[in-house]
Design a binder for this molecule. Structure first.
Ligand code: ZN
Length: 700
């Protein structure tokens, strides 16, 4: 297990509780600020993020700065021992900039330059935008660098989107020339441009993909997305430059979003000191809330693994999220569980957007800590204060490491390629949802998983899972093979090993560079209509934990075993009797091919067996009820219940201390609706507990 990390804020070894604070919205009534700080104390807030959207209030005209209100907030925060995460304001530009430097305005794919308004709509290439960002960022750094409560930097906000202006066109062409070593022939081959007479004869013919131009060249589309990620990172680095120069010891982050795949966040994370992200799940939109919670855990597991250290949950809403189709209020109790869920998976913070609801603006109904009727006497505030009090008792969790025996590959470039390609199914490809479906059995068994990109290292894991690994970039198959030969267990699925890094199909039989390792050849990929299914019949005596009959839907690879052992077969269609699940031995390890998109029961049985066989670390020895997970972090185990009614957990012979109230816990315990426990292993018996939880238990 990696060592405990240093506190994210130097000399502040606590979990961070707070959020985006926008006092400039109340500049006409500064008495509100004093009320805010009174309420922050009651809510257990120790950190605020200021300045995210403050540019015009800080620089009302170019070169004229007004820092008085921000100075006052720094003073009040310092008085109350509140740390300040200082944001740079690039996420929303002032009007004067658009008038004076129109090139900062983004151009859409139809060539239309956008008017001033909204946010997150700057041209990420325009030197005028970058220079203005650097100017104000340098001013902020110089002014506040000696403040003892300046904790870290939050650059810009939720980077996203693309720009089609001439500056970006030109930057894209330059990026391509570097990528293809100035060899247009290499680019034409990589993009398969002889199809439909697309051959490019001069670099100047290349534009970004668009609806009014080229949009059907897959390599082109993927390279454009790669460029956009690189250009966002380049812009971020330009914005961060004055901060790094003036305050070299302060960590820098930018806030990622949740289910968002436009940018390659693995690549972006490497430019950050700390990963942070904004979590806004859609709870209560289906009967089982815990299925939403699985996706949230998946995202936390990914964000933690990005830099293999604690991250920050930079935004969340304790109440309503006002941009969902139906903005159902988060049910009582859920907020506290959600907060502890983030911490369990490696977050060192629970932060909100925003602290106080504004009277106007698009997000005036978005769930804040302080409501329009500002008072501690409301349910949301009480829940925030309850979480704040709990977090204050969990100092030892801050910086605590997480360990995972399992890595699951969710890869952004692969996601782009799958969404981009035509066929074998053009609706319901559901790459990310499929990755979450393969993650779910581990969630249900309390087994930690790292969600990683295909270029991340695989060593140290016992089990590596790569659902729908359609794109295999150079080196990836070789590293998977090394992992297996060294004793690892690898699982991949249908629609894997199909194309290379520019979306050109492999011609050595699918799954391409994995064919020999998997010991199978996929001859065809059949896809079904949503209401159709094909039975999966386990082989007698299979050792894959399978029994009875399972249902495959949507994707069915028709495969031939070429040395792999068949563990299950199709029970219908023209491929009846052909393999549906195989395993191949290679070196000291095994490689499983799951040929179809299977039901949840298949995943539960199949992965349940692997958890036992591979002796994967479970956070708790106890069998967990549906809707409950257990997550281990350092010496702590977080038991998180997302059910709408109470459930019982049997701890068996293991004994724990309730980290929040010091009680000893053993035997059967009732977990009320939407509730959580934070357990601490008694130090003297932690070795025994570890052995106990490693023991195989009846599967879910
Ligand atoms: Zn541009």
């Amino acid at each position: 297990m990696p060592d405990r990390s240093a506190p994210i804020i130097k000399n502040f070894p606590h979990l961070l509780h707070g959020g985006d604070y926008n006092p400039e919205q109340w500049i006409r009534t500064p008495q509100v600020w004093d009320e805010d700080f009174r309420l922050m104390k009651l809510a257990g807030v120790n950190t605020i993020t200021i300045g995210v959207f403050s540019w015009t209030m800080l620089e009302p005209e170019e070169g004229r700065f007004e820092f008085g209100w921000m100075d006052a907030i720094f003073d009040k925060a310092e008085r109350d021992h509140v740390q300040v995460i200082l944001a740079t304001p690039g996420g929303a530009r002032p009007g004067w900039m658009a008038q004076k430097y129109p090139e900062v305005l983004r151009v859409d794919e139809f060539g239309r330059r956008q008017k001033w308004g909204g946010r997150h709509n700057h041209c990420f290439t325009a030197p005028a935008y970058r220079r203005r960002c650097q100017s104000i960022n340098a001013k902020l750094a110089e002014r506040y660098k000696d403040r003892p409560n300046l904790a870290m930097w939050h650059v810009n906000n939720e980077y996203s989107g693309e720009c089609h202006c001439d500056l970006c066109h030109s930057a894209f062409r330059g990026w391509l020339r570097r990528r293809y070593n100035d060899d247009l022939d290499a680019l034409n081959h990589a993009w398969w441009n002889t199809f439909w007479a697309r051959t490019i004869t001069d670099w100047s013919q290349i534009d970004p993909p668009s609806k009014i131009g080229e949009g059907a060249v897959h390599g082109h589309n993927i390279d454009w997305k790669r460029f956009c990620t690189d250009q966002h990172i380049d812009c971020f680095n330009a914005e961060a430059e004055p901060l790094r120069r003036v305050t070299p010891s302060l960590p820098i982050t930018t806030n990622f979003m949740g289910v968002f795949n436009e940018l390659d966040y693995y690549k972006f994370a490497k430019a950050l000191d700390v990963v942070s992200w904004d979590s806004y799940p859609s709870y209560h939109d289906r009967p089982n809330d815990w299925l939403n919670a699985v996706t949230v855990s998946f995202l936390h597991s990914q964000r933690r693994a990005m830099l293999d250290k604690p991250f920050l949950m930079m935004e969340s809403a304790p109440g309503m999220q006002n941009y969902k189709p139906v903005c159902k209020i988060k049910r009582p109790g859920l907020h506290v569980v959600e907060g502890l869920q983030a911490i369990a998976h490696g977050s060192d913070s629970v932060q909100y957007f925003q602290w106080r609801k504004g009277r106007g603006g698009l997000e005036k109904f978005h769930g804040a800590v302080v409501d329009h009727f500002a008072s501690e006497d409301n349910r949301v505030f009480r829940e925030v204060a309850e979480l704040g009090a709990a977090m204050a008792r969990l100092d030892d969790v801050a910086g605590a490491p997480s360990h995972a025996d399992v890595a699951l590959i969710y890869d952004y470039e692969n996601h782009w390629a799958i969404d981009n390609t035509k066929g074998p199914r053009n609706v319901g490809k559901n790459y990310q949802e499929t990755c979450v479906a393969h993650y779910r059995p581990f969630w249900s068994n309390g087994v930690n998983v790292d969600v990683i990109g295909a270029d991340e290292p695989f060593d140290g894991y016992k089990l590596l899972i790569a659902p729908m690994l359609y794109m295999i970039r150079p080196g990836v198959a070789e590293r998977i093979e090394q992992f297996v030969r060294a004793g690892g267990t690898f699982v991949t699925t249908y629609f894997s090993g199909v194309v290379n890094e520019t979306d050109l199909c492999f011609t050595n039989g699918f799954p391409g560079p994995l064919r020999e390792l998997m010991g199978v050849r996929a001859e065809e990929t059949d896809t079904l209509y949503d209401e159709e299914s094909v039975a999966i019949l386990p082989a007698k005596g299979n050792r894959a934990g399978l029994s009875g009959k399972y249902a495959a839907r949507q994707f069915c690879d028709v495969i031939h075993a070429e040395g792999a052992k068949v563990l299950a077969s199709y029970g219908g269609e023209y491929y009846k009797g052909q393999p549906a699940l195989t395993v191949n031995k290679a070196g000291a390890g095994s490689a499983y091919y799951v040929a179809s998109r299977n039901d949840a029961r298949f995943h539960a049985d199949f992965y349940g067996q692997l958890i036992d066989q591979l002796d994967l670390t479970r956070a708790l020895g106890a069998k967990l009820p549906d809707g409950v997970t257990a997550v281990e972090r350092g010496d702590f185990v977080f038991v998180l219940g997302f059910n709408r009614s109470a459930v019982t957990i049997d701890f068996g012979r293991s004994t724990f201390t309730d980290a929040l109230n010091g009680r000893r816990l053993k035997g059967k315990l009732r977990l009320p609706r939407y509730s959580a426990l934070v357990l601490r292993r008694p130090v003297e018996s932690s070795a025994n507990s570890t052995n106990a939880r490693r023991k195989s238990l009846s599967r879910r």
